[in-house]
Design a protein around this ligand. Structure first.
Ligand code: MSP
Length: 670
């Protein structure tokens, strides 16, 4: 069911209202907003949906603790999400709540239709239930007897339930994935789903008896059962468009389904790729064009916990840094799809370097020299020379690359392309030397050079509108451009400013951060002073911790006692970059994790590392690491380890060693 290319539909997951919004929620929502704004700027009709997931056991329990009804509870909990989206400048088109009548009606009609066509059946469910993940698990899914996603306890459930015949649609999904290689992105996540589909796909338990868990959508033919989260919530993507499983769906649905992008975090990939797609097939609908799973943020090198969550509370970040630099940073700092770390220092360095230095300086230099030597006016262009033509070619390339990469959700590449142009602008000033041109009285060249620099700032302002709309406006004001003058078509031409227009007095659009705000420093101190969440139990003697450096190197004092080695000794150690493909718990040792790491060879290495006390395996998949590649293989508690991951902190592992740029696996580290 093809639909026109002048429309674009993007969704975020709907977040559990139970938690207050955190950096992970803000990240996906910012990404969706930027890409939605970009398509709007291109003149396309856009529908951007976000919302909240309000049913489930967690909500019911939390409401019970507060002594209020679940509906009152969710009504109160939704406000912090909507308030944060407003502060972050999130321009969604629709915000769905799963308790709304428009959604509940669709869930019930979908249940009825699936039952009528024989896709639902009743059977006894026996297995584990995780309230934290609101999911059923089988015995073999559990890790150390706990929920594999959350590490939280699970409860044994034996009850009659309704099942969706998911197995019936597994082949259709296999075929769909083969025919649509871009359906699940990035590639590593696609492989994960293909791996899942290699095994038999079981049917899906989609209900709970209302007597045990009442806070869900009642089954229309039997209100003693309710459905929620992984049947109810997924349907939000179509219920918000006015889809009707049992009749006419209306114009929004016709215009916007299938969605162009479902943005999700890597932990909820299977539920979207497998549960949701098979549900759609059963309803006779096509899945989204692309399901894009992004990575997870760690905070200051550690897994996001309660105290570390406070350190990156999105409201704190907006208070201290402003929404727009934050929007830029989260999308610039790590490639979308990979895990990454939020560090306040990295924030300060990145925004100072890119925004204040590169872009801010280009504007400041060009406008203050225009003020001094061109009566504060936009100069006239002179006859283009070789350097000017090169600059124009670069601008053409930057604009084309920017759009292409942004639409592919490769935000960091889009910014790299734009910054190449901005930095070329600063270099152009250095080589053309406007001060010398002024001294020589070459006013025509002086005007042309400064004009081209201002034009580059205009290009940057135009392209940055979806990311930093208010800052883009401020840049436009500094260029004496009226509202609406940052149009995208043809914006690469370095000749669009109004010659002779009077520039306002230069004022900084991106003030430098000289040091971390006091409130941030205090929170960082408090969080890092706290003892590690789960101190590592003492290692059994035979178990060398593979991921940790030798104890002698773990503290500065011990390092002084370490004998010096020659460069020849050091050069025997082969260090390479690697990318973690899989991470699981060791079957036989609580403190060990077992990894599959791509180090650029034909087969991934299996590496065992003693870092389970610090890291959740799910958080590490996708992460770039540094591997000692020429260690003799050893067996650790029966599992062979073919190398070692570098980590900081000695026995109390504090962080994994990585490199600052994403590099191909196997790159030599020296
Ligand atoms: N309600 C379900 C989604 C249903 S969608 C039909 C849910 N909600 S959630 O509140 O737990 O939000 C999950 C989203 O936050 C996921 O996309 C998850 O990946 C993301 N994140 C949670 N912690 C994160 C980080 N530390 N970093 C980045 N994103 C993270 O699941």
């Amino acid at each position: 069911m093809p639909r026109s290319h002048d429309s674009y539909y993007v969704t975020t997951p709907i977040y559990y209202v139970n938690d207050k919004p955190h950096l992970g929620h803000a990240y996906t929502t910012i990404a969706a907003d930027v890409v939605a704004r970009w398509h709007r700027l291109n003149g396309r009709r856009v529908h951007f949906l976000t919302g909240v997931d309000e049913h489930g056991q967690k909500v019911l329990e939390a409401a019970g603790r507060r002594g209020i009804s679940p509906q009152d509870h969710v009504d109160a909990m939704v406000a912090p999400y909507q308030a944060l989206w407003q502060r972050l400048g999130i321009a969604y088109d629709d915000f769905i709540r799963t308790t709304e009548a428009r959604h509940v009606a669709v869930v019930q009609a979908a249940l009825q239709r699936l039952k009528d066509q024989g896709d639902l059946y009743e059977a006894v469910y026996e297995g584990w239930y995780s309230t934290a993940a609101e999911r059923f698990w089988t015995e073999k899914d559990l890790v150390d007897g706990k929920c594999p996603d959350t590490g939280q306890p699970v409860e044994w459930v034996q009850e009659k339930n309704w099942f969706f015949r998911m197995s019936r649609y597994a082949d259709q999904l296999r075929l769909f994935m083969a025919e649509h290689p871009d359906f699940v992105q990035p590639e590593s996540r696609r492989n994960e789903v293909l791996g899942y589909l290699k095994k038999d796909v079981a049917d899906l338990c989609i209900s709970r008896p209302a007597a045990r868990m009442s806070w869900g959508v009642p089954f229309p033919w039997d209100a003693t059962f309710v459905t929620y989260v992984w049947f109810d919530a997924l349907l939000n993507y179509v219920s918000a468009l006015g889809y009707r499983p049992d009749g006419d769906s209306g114009p929004l649905f016709a215009d916007f389904w299938p969605a162009d992008h479902h943005l999700v975090g890597k932990d909820i990939l299977t539920t979207h790729a497998v549960y949701w797609s098979t549900m759609l097939f059963a309803l006779g609908l096509s899945p989204a064009r692309c399901l894009y799973a992004h990575g997870w943020w760690t905070v200051e090198g550690q897994k996001m916990s309660k105290s570390l969550g406070n350190v990156v509370d999105p409201n704190l970040l907006v208070d201290e840094y402003g929404a727009e630099p934050l929007r830029y940073f989260v999308l610039r700092e790590i490639p979308f799809g990979y895990d990454g770390d939020f560090s306040h220092r990295a924030f300060m360095e990145r925004t100072n370097a890119d925004l204040s230095n590169d872009l801010g300086n280009l504007l400041h230099r060009a406008s203050s020299m225009s003020e001094k030597w061109l009566q504060g006016r936009v100069g006239a262009l002179d006859e283009p020379r070789e350097a000017d033509r090169a600059l124009q070619a670069l601008a053409d390339r930057a604009v084309a690359t920017y759009g292409r990469e942004l639409e592919a959700l490769q935000f960091h590449k889009a910014f790299e392309a734009l910054w190449e142009l901005v930095r070329a602008g600063n270099k152009y000033i250095d080589t053309e030397q406007p001060w010398a041109l002024n001294r020589q009285g070459d006013t025509a060249r002086l005007a042309g050079v400064l004009r081209r620099c201002l034009e580059i700032v205009r290009v940057a302002a135009t392209l940055l509108q979806p990311v930093m709309p208010a800052k883009a406006r401020q840049l436009a004001d500094q260029l004496a451009l009226p509202a609406g003058a940052l149009a995208l078509p043809g914006c690469a031409r370095l000749e669009l400013l109004t010659e002779g227009a009077t520039l306002p007095s230069p004022s900084p659009v991106f003030p430098r951060l000289e040091e971390l705000p006091a409130r941030v420093q205090a929170l960082l101190q408090a969080a890092t002073a706290a003892p590690p969440a789960a101190p590592a139990p003492p290692a059994p003697a035979k178990e060398t911790p593979v991921s940790t450096p030798t104890p002698a190197a773990s503290t500065p004092a011990a390092a002084e006692e370490t004998p010096l080695i020659s460069i020849d000794d050091f050069s025997k150690v082969q260090l390479r970059t690697g990318r973690i493909l899989e991470a699981t718990r060791h079957p036989d040792a609580d403190r060990l994790l077992v990894f599959k790491v791509d180090v650029g060879e034909s087969v991934p290495r299996q590496i065992v590392a003693g870092i389970a006390s610090r890291f959740d395996p799910a958080v590490l998949v996708g992460q770039q690491v540094v591997v000692v590649a020429n260690l003799k293989p050893v067996k650790l508690r029966g599992v062979e380890s073919q190398g070692m991951l570098l980590a900081a902190g000695g026995k109390d592992v504090r962080g994994l060693v990585s490199v600052s740029e994403p590099l191909p696996p196997g790159t030599i580290v020296r």
